[in-house]
Design a binder for this molecule. Structure first.
Ligand SMILES: Nc1ncnc2c1ncn2[C@@H]1O[C@H](COP(=O)(O)OP(=O)(O)OP(=O)(O)O)[C@@H](O)[C@H]1O
Ligand SMILES: O=C(O)c1ccc[n+]([C@@H]2O[C@H](COP(=O)([O-])O)[C@@H](O)[C@H]2O)c1
Length: 219
């Protein structure tokens, strides 16, 4: 059975780093990647764009892109978007045998022990960890969180429903959503860091306090 990859995030807004990671996972694992916006993400302040706007920006970013889809399941649930609940719900849909994986940046993975019922996550899905500047996965860091689970063989993720950790090797991408929001707030160029249709939507909606005639790298 083919692997399904969930890529959860606040995506406030989606940026080129997110897209690069999603494409790299799709290509390395030959799997569908489901970009899944959090309704109310745990462990952070309320997002600048509401959930419907963040999901819409994902739609714009993946339009026409093979193997990348938007998954709105967390928007249909009340309360905080705890991943353990999302994966339990996904198991109801995909069954217990289907290989599922959670795609996650290295910074989030290193924070995993703060997540709700985090040890249970390894019984529900594999992890695909994307390297990220500022969060080096030095020797032993993955093993310290997930002893003996790491594999270098992507095929291992198709051989079991859950429980392995695969490190996604891809060119590093420095973009972050907070950087994009800060650039917009400062009236500095920002649109080179997000997909063009997303930049157009941010401008048209006045998100993040964007001023229509400032911050564009192209007039
Ligand atoms: N440039 C990047 N490289 C690798 N992983 C990333 C990158 N940007 C985000 N991620 C990962 O994508 C997931 C969703 O990230 P999120 O939507 O919070 O974006 P962010 O850029 O980290 O946002 P913020 O700057 O607001 O914290 C997280 O697991 C995060 O680690
Ligand atoms: O389940 C948790 O306790 C938990 C704690 C922090 C983050 N998450 C999830 O991790 C993903 C990335 O979160 P964030 O805040 O970096 O955008 C997103 O899907 C969140 O719902 C989940």
């Amino acid at each position: 059975m083919s692997l399904v990859v969930f890529y959860g995030g606040t995506f406030d807004p989606i940026h080129d780093g997110h897209l690069a990671v999603a494409r790299a996972a799709r290509d390395a694992l030959a799997a569908q990647v489901r970009l899944m916006p959090a309704a109310d993400p745990p462990h952070r302040a309320a997002p600048g764009a509401d959930a419907a706007q963040r999901a819409h920006m994902l739609d714009l970013a993946v339009a026409g892109e093979a193997g990348l889809v938007v998954d709105r399941r967390e928007l249909q649930r009340e309360g905080r978007s705890y991943t353990v609940e999302t994966l339990r719900e996904a198991r109801g849909e995909f069954g217990l045998e289907r290989p599922l994986a959670l795609l996650i940046g290295a910074d989030s993975f290193l924070d995993l022990p703060k997540w709700r019922e985090w040890r249970a996550l390894f019984g529900l899905a594999h992890f695909v960890v994307a390297e990220r500047p500022g969060s080096p996965l030095d020797e032993g860091r993955i093993d310290a969180i997930a002893p003996s689970r790491e594999t270098n063989d992507p095929a291992d993720l198709g051989r079991a429903p859950a429980g392995r950790v695969y490190r996604l090797k891809q060119p590093l991408h420095a973009e972050s959503a907070s950087q994009v929001r800060e650039l917009i707030a400062d009236g500095r160029p920002w649109d080179e860091f997000v997909p063009a249709p997303v930049a157009a939507y941010i401008r048209a909606s006045g998100l993040y306090g964007v001023v229509a005639d400032r911050g564009a790298t192209t007039a």
